[in-house]
Write a protein that binds this ligand. Structure first.
Ligand code: ADP
Length: 299
């Protein structure tokens, strides 16, 4: 049995329904989306666990039920009294989607508050996956605790995979964000950045510069996504490139990167070579962006 632990925040999503003025409830969040796709792609010989924190109220119960129905393990989701889950709302104005968030007080901000909880969640896992959003929601102390625990897990033979997923609005400053992202890269075996975001906040002139920055930080495998553009890979200093197949129509790019990450990890875990895993990842992301919403059944 292979076990993968995805670490982060799942939120309640309120999205416009087909009935004018009504909204439907869903659940989404970058690391949860990746766990959800991994569950679809991998067989029962793989356990996919979520490491997070929720409240003890009815909507937290509903989130746990959603994760369990999806086949994602919730044994390592803390249930904290007096807190609840974060929420975001999607609004459509003249066909354009905009997002509003209520996550400042969410329980998930405490997901790394207890070292023993982190250690037990990671115990025996082959892969720990987390993102820049996971880091952004934590206090400085908890962020350090998470990175230290991942470092120790890695020293014990675990593999750490990180998607920087830059969200400057969640950080107190751009400098705090870029410093934490590079600290996370230093404890990671694989980093899966998106060049467009990285160019804005790190000043990378091109995808090669993004690749070089992470390899120079000591990351063994770096896969630089770039929307519809060529993906550059560095694996043990061997550089290769994969072009995604152009999507005939792009409906909604939500979770393009999240599904890409899952497609990549599922193929690597199935024993495929890195370049083939990137081809598979791009194929999945290319399908996901052709339908509305973050989660597209694909198993
Ligand atoms: P993120 O969603 O994290 O910003 P990207 O926009 O870089 O990530 O996209 C992730 C992956 O999704 C890309 O590497 C590519 O494989 C796929 N993808 C994104 N946009 C397109 C597109 N227009 N056509 C085909 N594939 C795409």
């Amino acid at each position: 049995m292979t076990r993968i632990v995805s670490i982060g925040e799942c939120m309640v999503e309120l999205a416009p329904s087909s009935v004018e003025g009504s909204y439907q409830i869903g659940f989404a969040g970058d690391t949860m989306n990746t766990a959800w796709y991994l569950r679809q792609l991998l067989g029962e010989d793989h356990q996919i666990d979520y490491l997070s924190a929720v409240g003890q109220d009815a909507i937290s119960d509903q989130m746990i039920a959603f994760l369990e129905d999806a086949g994602i393990g919730t044994d390592h989701v803390l249930r904290l009294p007096g807190l609840t889950v974060g929420l975001y709302m999607i609004q459509l104005q003249e066909g354009e989607r905009s997002f509003s968030y209520w996550r400042g007080q969410s329980a998930a901000r405490n997901l790394a508050s207890d070292t023993a909880h982190l250690v037990s969640a990671l115990n025996g896992a082959q892969i720990a996956f987390f993102s820049g959003i996971t880091l952004a929601i934590l206090s400085d102390t908890d962020r350090t605790r998470l990175l230290d625990t991942l470092n120790a897990y890695r020293a014990d033979g675990g593999t750490v995979v990180f998607d920087p997923n830059l969200r400057p609005r969640l950080w107190e400053s751009a400098d705090a964000m870029t410093a934490s992202i590079m600290a996370a890269a230093e404890v990671s075996d694989t980093v899966l950045p998106s060049h467009e975001d990285e160019a804005t906040w790190f000043g990378d002139a091109d995808p090669e510069a993004t690749l070089a920055r992470y390899t120079q930080a000591g990351v063994k495998t770096v896969v630089v996504k770039n929307g519809p553009g060529e993906i550059i890979i560095s694996d043990n200093e061997n550089i290769s490139r994969v072009s995604p197949v152009a999507a005939p129509k792009v409906v909604d790019t939500t979770a393009a990167g999240d599904s890409f990450n899952a497609g990549y990890l599922a193929s690597v875990l199935s024993g495929k070579a890195i370049d083939q895993a990137v081809v598979d990842a791009a194929a999945l992301a290319g399908r996901v962006i052709q339908s509305r919403g973050a989660l597209m059944p694909c198993g």
